[in-house]
Structure formats: structure tokens, C-alpha cells
Write a protein that binds this ligand. Structure first.
Ligand code: 7TS
Length: 410
């Protein structure tokens, strides 16, 4: 079924039980991976195994189940450290997802270190999760939010960025790869330039963590955020990486259990990293299962996965371009496996319904990037996004279904 001889696609597909299901009587074609990826059996089993055999609250029990759960929970943290090339496990904070990771930084760092008149820079490509928390803290602190412009292909204007940097720039929060278009930003250069002005940089890695090799030490980013449900892992769990010294300088995000060292009614002292930022009972089961997701990725390696996804991306792009009236938005070289397009005279929502009738899952709309859509002068796009288990044959099914849908809608 594959035109890629590097991976055994049948074997990979067989690990994802959901790919066997039928939708509207057709075998599911799942092309909504940028929203969330499907989960291999090993991830599902890890959740099941935890609840079946060693469910216990972590870090505070002196019994076998608690020890096992704590060990598994911390083993994932160590695996995440390796996955993104962090220096120490203490720099890995569990959150609910990218959204919470960014809110944590905006809230904890922003409340403490932002001053009136400071400037925060984001880009036109941002997901709402990397806009709204900064708007909120900017408003609270009297700081100014500035936005790097893009060209019509979604490429960031680096000259404009350079001219925006000044001694008031306190923070740059930038998406690594756009969820709406797939375009990859030159984050290394952005980080370096921002650091020259003493500004900190957060990289929103929600879309890059699964596709690109991430080495936070080489990137030298100050914070890196991602959601593990887009990396073949469970929902409800995400990661915030932060440089140790910065995390140590920041106050807790939430108060409660786990994040304390000692509490009296007069004064509370806070726990060490990473627990200072992990108030309350965490999402133990999903954190543990995340390790299985990372093992799944390691089994093939990011470069093999990327090779397969690029092959799909190239094929889909060339096939889609042959459809009359279809325009790809963000048709650039350097992108992750996301294709976003508009079709003359066809509303994306109508298209999604007709594709769903054929068992094909795509995403349509503004992709939580409304300012980007208004910059591009469109209401939304149809977005097709690929994962390791997708095939050329599925793209062929999409193209046939698309052509049929367009005839019906025009
Ligand atoms: N940043 C980017 C670049 C994203 O793509 C997303 C989710 C988020 C932040 C927020 O992640 P969350 O896990 O906290 O929700 N993007 C999408 C998407 O493109 N379709 O559904 C969710």
C-alpha cells in the first residue's frame, strides 16, 4: 500500500486500531492530524495497564503502587527531556497542553517581570493560544503587543522583525510551524536576534514537535511548549520546557498540593522544580502513556517519519494543484505536512460535509488563527494534514472525493 520503502506502512497502520473503523460506510481516511493524531495500541494499552494494575497517586504514597506509578510518571519526564534535548529533567513541566504551557509563562513570568511600556512580539501566523494569553498579560501590565507581518505565502517578514526589536522588547513568542498553513518559521534566527536585545523567546512547538527534530539547547529557546496529543500521545497532557534559571526565578502558576514544601497559615514555601509548577494531582495515566508515544516515534525515527510525510505532502500538493480553481495557501518549500487550500466558489464547510460522507476527515475553518485568515483575506481554508500512517492511496481517495464534491457544490 506504500510507495515508501523505508517503512512498513501496513505494520504501522495495524498498530492504530481506529484506522480500521468505518465512517459513513467507508474506511476512515484520517487527514486531521494537525488537530490531533491517532494513538497506537501501545499508548492505549499503557493507559489501560496503569488503571488495571498500578493506579495510585504519585510522590506521596509509601506503598508499592504509588512507587510504581511515580517511577513511570518520572520515566516519561526523562524521556521528554531526551525527546527535546533539554539539559535536565527538572526543566520539563507537565501541563494540560500547549495552551496551558503558554498561559503558564504569560501569567507567571509576565506578572513578575513585565513592566509598563515593555513590548511583546508575536507573529501573524499564531494560533489563538499564542495570542490571547499575551493580550491578557499585556493589558494587565500596560505592555504592548506587536505583530510580525507575513507575505501572502505565510512567510514571516524578517526585516520587519529586525526593525521591531528594540530595548523595550521583553519577550518574543513565536510558532515553530503554523497549524493553519504548515509554514516553518526560522526560529533559530529569531531566537538569536531576540537574545541580542535581551528578550526571552518562547517557541510554540505544537505543530513541530512531532515532525521536526527538536533540540532546545541548540535552539537556545528560553521556553518550548507542545501538546502530546499531536505526537501520537494522549490528550490532556502537554509539556512546558523552560531554562532552569528562568523557571527558578518565576513564581508558581497555581497553588495547592505538590507545589509546596511547607505550608502554615502565615507562610508557604514552594517546592523545587519541576513540582513548583505542578499543583494538584496531575494527569498520571496520560503522562505515563506519553512514554509509549515517544517510544513509538523513536522506533522509526523522526527523519524516517519526516521522509514519509514529505513524500505525502509533495504528492498531495501536486495532485491538488491540478484541480481547477483550487489554490494552496502557504505553498512554500519549508513546511510540515499540512496542506491548506481554498476553492473558488466552494465554502470549506460544505466541502467538509461532503468529504465526511466519503469517510474522509479534514479540518475546515479558521483553525484558531482568525487574525491570519483576515490578513490573507479569507474566511477559512480546508486543511489536510498527514501523519506516519497515511498513504498515497488515501490521497487518491481524497482527490476523487474532492472532484466529486466540487462538481456538486459549484
Ligand atoms: N499552538 C498551535 C500552533 C496549535 O496548532 C495548537 C492546536 C495550539 C497551540 C493549542 O494546542 P492545545 O493542545 O493546547 O489545544 N492546534 C489545533 C489545530 O490546528 N486544530 O485543532 C487544534
Amino acid at each position: 500500500m506504500s510507495s515508501d520503502n523505508r517503512i512498513d506502512i501496513e505494520n504501522i497502520r495495524s498498530q492504530f486500531p481506529i484506522l480500521q473503523r468505518k465512517v459513513k460506510g467507508k474506511t476512515l481516511v484520517y487527514f486531521d492530524n494537525a488537530a490531533t493524531s491517532q494513538k497506537p495500541q501501545s499508548v492505549i494499552d499503557a493507559i489501560n495497564n496503569y488503571y488495571t494494575t498500578y493506579n495510585a497517586n504519585i510522590h506521596r504514597g509509601l506503598h508499592t503502587l504509588a512507587d510504581e506509578a511515580t517511577a513511570a510518571f518520572e520515566a516519561t519526564r526523562a524521556a521528554v527531556k531526551e525527546f527535546i534535548g533539554a539539559k535536565e529533567s527538572e526543566e520539563i513541566i507537565y501541563t494540560k497542553g500547549t495552551t496551558e504551557s503558554i498561559n503558564l509563562v504569560a501569567s507567571s513570568w509576565g506578572r513578575t517581570f513585565l513592566n509598563a511600556g515593555d513590548e511583546i512580539i508575536i507573529s501573524t501566523l499564531e494560533h489563538h493560544a499564542n495570542i490571547v494569553p499575551w493580550q491578557m498579560i499585556a493589558e494587565e501590565k500596560g505592555a504592548k503587543l506587536r505583530v510580525i507581518p507575513i507575505n501572502n505565502d505565510g512567510i514571516i517578514d524578517m526585516d520587519a522583525f529586525k526593525s521591531m526589536l528594540n530595548e523595550k522588547t521583553a519577550f518574543v513568542s513565536i510558532v515553530h510551524a503554523s497549524n493553519a498553513l504548515g509554514v516553518i518559521n526560522p526560529v533559530e534566527e529569531i531566537i538569536q536576534l531576540a537574545h541580542d536585545f535581551g528578550a526571552l523567546v518562547l517557541v510554540d512547538g505544537a505543530q513541530s514537535a512531532v515532525h521536526l527534530d527538536i533540540d532546545v539547547q541548540r535552539l537556545d529557546c528560553d521556553f518550548f511548549a507542545f501538546s502530546t496529543h499531536k505526537t501520537y500521545g494522549p490528550t490532556g497532557i502537554g509539556i512546558l520546557y523552560g531554562k532552569r534559571a528562568l523557571l527558578e526565578s518565576m513564581p508558581p502558576y497555581q497553588g495547592g498540593g505538590e507545589m509546596i514544601k511547607e505550608v502554615s497559615f502565615e507562610k508557604t514555601t514552594y517546592n523545587e522544580l519541576p513540582f513548583k509548577f505542578e499543583a494538584g494531582t496531575p494527569n498520571i495515566a496520560d503522562a505515563i502513556a506519553l512514554k509509549s508515544a515517544l517510544d513509538f516515534i523513536h522506533q522509526y525515527g523522526k527523519s524516517t517519519i519526516r521522509h514519509h510525510e514529505e513524500m505525502l505532502l509533495r504528492y498531495a500538493t501536486s495532485q491538488l494543484k491540478q484541480i481547477e480553481g483550487l489554490k494552496i495557501i502557504g505553498d512554500v518549500e519549508n513546511k510540515v505536512s499540512v496542506v491548506s487550500f481554498v476553492i473558488d466558489g466552494v465554502h470549506p464547510q460544505d466541502l467538509a460535509i461532503l468529504l465526511d460522507n466519503q469517510g474522509i476527515a479534514v479540518r475546515t475553518g479558521h483553525h484558531c488563527a482568525q487574525p491570519l485568515m483576515s490578513r490573507l483575506g479569507i474566511v477559512g481554508t480546508t486543511r489536510v494534514s498527514f501523519a506516519i500512517y497515511n498513504t498515497i492511496e488515501e490521497i487518491d481517495i481524497l482527490i476523487i472525493a474532492l472532484k466529486k464534491a466540487i462538481t456538486m457544490l459549484k
